[in-house]
Design a protein around this ligand. Structure first.
Ligand code: SF4
Length: 240
C-alpha cells in the first residue's frame, strides 16, 4: 500500500485512538510490513518504544542518527539497550566525513548555526536512510512540548507516513512502563538530563523545569529538524 494522505486518513480512523501495541502491530504486521523503520535517539525515553517494537518484531530496522556529537554515554546505552532488547537490525547513520570536513571542520557549527548543523548531521542522513521505506515510527509524545500538543498518531510527510504510537502517553505512563518491564535507563537521566540529544546542545534541567528546557538552551530552537520537511537539496545527494 503506497504512503499517501488517504492512507493516513484511513489509519487514523482505524487506529488513531488505539493503544500503542495495537498501533505498532497494525503498522508492522499489516500495513507496512518490511517497509517501515523505527527512528530512535537512544535518549531518555527511548527504551519504551524500542521495547514495544522488540516485543512484536526484534528484527525491525532501527535507525540511530550518529551525528558524531553524541555523549559517549549515549553510544554505550545504544549498545546496551540493543543487547537487552534483542534488537537485531540497529543501523547507525550519519553525515559523511566529507560533509563534516566541508560544513563543520572545527566542530563549532552547533554554537553559531544549530539549524545548519542539524540539517547536515541529522536531517539529511535520515532522509537518505529512509529512501527504502514507506513509513517510520517515532517516539514523540504530546506532553513533551507545545509544538507536539496536537500530535496525531499517523501523519503524512511526503513521501512517508509517520507513526507516533506513544502520542497520547503521559510522563507517568512512560515511567510506569519502564518500571514494570525493568528497562535500563540512560545513565545521564540520573544526572538531570531529561531529554538527551548531542553533547554541545544538551544540558541538565532543574527540578520542575520543562524536560526539554536543556535542549539548545541559548537558542529559540526547540526541534532538531528531522520532523520539519525542508532541507538543503544538495545534502540529499551524499551517500551515508
Ligand atoms: S543537536 Fe547540536 S550538535 Fe547535534 S546536530 Fe543539532 S546543532 Fe549539531
Amino acid at each position: 500500500m503506497v504512503a499517501s494522505p488517504d492512507l493516513v486518513f484511513a489509519l487514523q480512523r482505524r487506529l488513531g485512538f488505539a493503544p500503542p501495541r495495537q498501533v505498532l502491530k497494525g503498522a508492522l504486521e499489516e500495513t507496512f510490513t518490511g517497509r517501515i523503520a523505527v527512528v530512535s535517539s537512544f535518549g531518555a525515553d527511548s527504551a519504551v518504544l524500542l521495547h514495544l517494537v522488540a516485543e512484536i518484531d526484534p528484527a525491525t530496522p532501527v535507525l540511530f542518527i550518529d551525528t558524531g556529537r553524541h555523549f559517549l554515554e549515549t553510544l554505550e546505552y545504544r549498545d546496551r539497550l540493543t543487547a537487552h532488547l534483542g534488537l537485531t537490525d540497529v543501523r547507525s547513520i550519519g553525515p559523511t566525513a566529507d560533509e563534516v570536513a566541508r560544513l563543520d571542520a572545527d566542530l563549532s557549527r552547533a554554537t553559531w548555526d544549530p539549524d545548519g548543523c542539524c540539517a547536515f548531521r541529522k536531517t539529511a542522513p535520515l532522509q537518505r536512510a529512509l529512501e527504502g521505506f514507506d513509513a517510520w515510527i517515532t517516539g514523540r509524545k504530546r506532553f513533551q512540548s507545545t509544538e507536539r500538543q496536537d500530535l496525531p498518531v499517523f501523519e503524512f510527510e511526503t513521501p512517508h507516513v509517520k507513526v507516533n504510537p506513544l502520542a497520547s502517553w503521559s510522563a507517568a505512563d512512560i515511567t510506569d512502563h519502564v518500571a514494570r518491564h525493568h528497562l535500563p535507563a540512560h545513565p545521564l537521566v540520573a544526572q538531570g538530563f531529561l531529554s538527551i540529544g548531542c553533547a554541545p546542545c544538551t544540558s541538565a534541567v532543574a527540578f520542575g523545569e520543562d524536560p526539554r528546557a536543556g535542549r539548545w538552551r541559548n537558542f529559540e530552537k526547540t526541534e532538531c529538524g528531522i520532523h520539519l520537511p525542508s532541507i538543503d537539496p544538495t545534502l540529499k545527494q551524499s551517500n551515508p
